[in-house]
Design a protein around this ligand. Structure first.
Ligand code: ADP
Length: 270
């Protein structure tokens, strides 16, 4: 940890005050703490992203060397190594895709998407996409969309990414032979909510507040082994914020987790 930032005083503004002789003094102190924190986070992020990319690159280079040398005439080893290399390259591709997605969302952070989005359609599409993965992990995927569900206000593709990430996580971290339940319903007068519930070991409470930070993982080795980039929930949070929505995470150790996204409904938009 660096030295405390002593030059920063957060008494941001004071009103002009008249001294006894009637002269005025205006004191403006700039608070640079937030700025510095943002700079440090950005530097950390670049370092983390580079490190995440370096690992598969080092792996690939190592296998290339082996294929050129010791494994040159070993057809079986060659096949096996090429398989691993394809996996490493795929991991790099996923990481770069997620990084690009994050940067695209950040660039438009303040523009609010305003199309009417049929969440039933979004969820059905994501369900189709992830059905195979669910089956291969012996997880049953259950979608329940209330027939009276109003459209959400937002962006179809971005909301697809949100639920793809949440449902993919639920399938990834669920215990085998359990059910992932996705429930979409109206929430109050002018909002809609989608809850994604899994049956899993759950997430210890201490991790919950940091879960949406970039590259934050409860178990890094497990996340990597399951193909995670550590950026999924950061993307979810950014998109939900941009939609003026809310992400709520509840988890019961030993039982499972529920990730609930609440979004503005189209009915409130005149
Ligand atoms: P990853 O690509 O590692 O899954 P995410 O950003 O999607 O990254 O999630 C961050 C971390 O939160 C994961 O590494 C995992 O530890 C935890 N996590 C996310 N979703 C779940 C879930 N449904 N059950 C248990 N842990 C989860």
């Amino acid at each position: 940890p660096g030295p405390p930032e002593l030059d920063v005083i957060a008494h941001a503004q004071r009103l002009p005050r008249a001294a006894a002789d009637g002269s005025l003094a205006l004191i403006v102190l700039h608070d640079t703490t937030a700025l510095r924190r943002a700079e440090r986070m950005r530097a950390d992020f670049v370092a983390n992203a580079s490190h995440e990319l370096k690992t598969p690159i080092a792996g690939l280079l190592g296998f290339i060397e082996t294929l050129r040398g010791p494994a040159r005439d070993d057809a079986a080893a060659r096949e096996r190594f090429l398989g691993i290399m394809a996996e490493q390259a795929d991991r790099m591709r996923r990481l770069v895709d997620d990084l690009l997605m994050l940067s695209r969302i950040e660039q438009h952070e303040h523009a609010r998407p305003d199309a009417a989005v049929d969440l039933g359609r979004v969820l059905a599409g994501v369900g189709d996409l992830l059905q195979l993965k669910a089956s291969s992990r012996k997880v049953t995927l259950e979608l329940a969309v209330e027939p009276t569900l109003p459209a959400a206000v937002g962006d179809y593709d971005e909301l697809t990414i949100v639920f793809q990430n949440l449902i993919d996580n639920a399938i990834k971290y669920a215990k085998p032979a359990t059910t992932v339940r996705v429930t979409a319903r109206p929430a109050g007068e002018d909002r809609v909510s989608v809850a994604v519930a899994d049956e899993s070991d759950g997430i210890p409470a201490a991790h919950l507040p940091r879960l949406t930070e970039r590259f934050y993982r409860v178990d890094t080795a497990r996340s990597r082994q399951l193909g995670g980039t550590g950026l999924g929930l950061a993307i979810v949070k950014h998109v939900v914020n941009r939609h003026r929505g809310r992400l709520e995470i509840q988890s019961t150790p030993g039982k499972g987790s529920v990730f609930t996204v609440t979004l503005p409904a189209a009915i409130s938009q005149k």
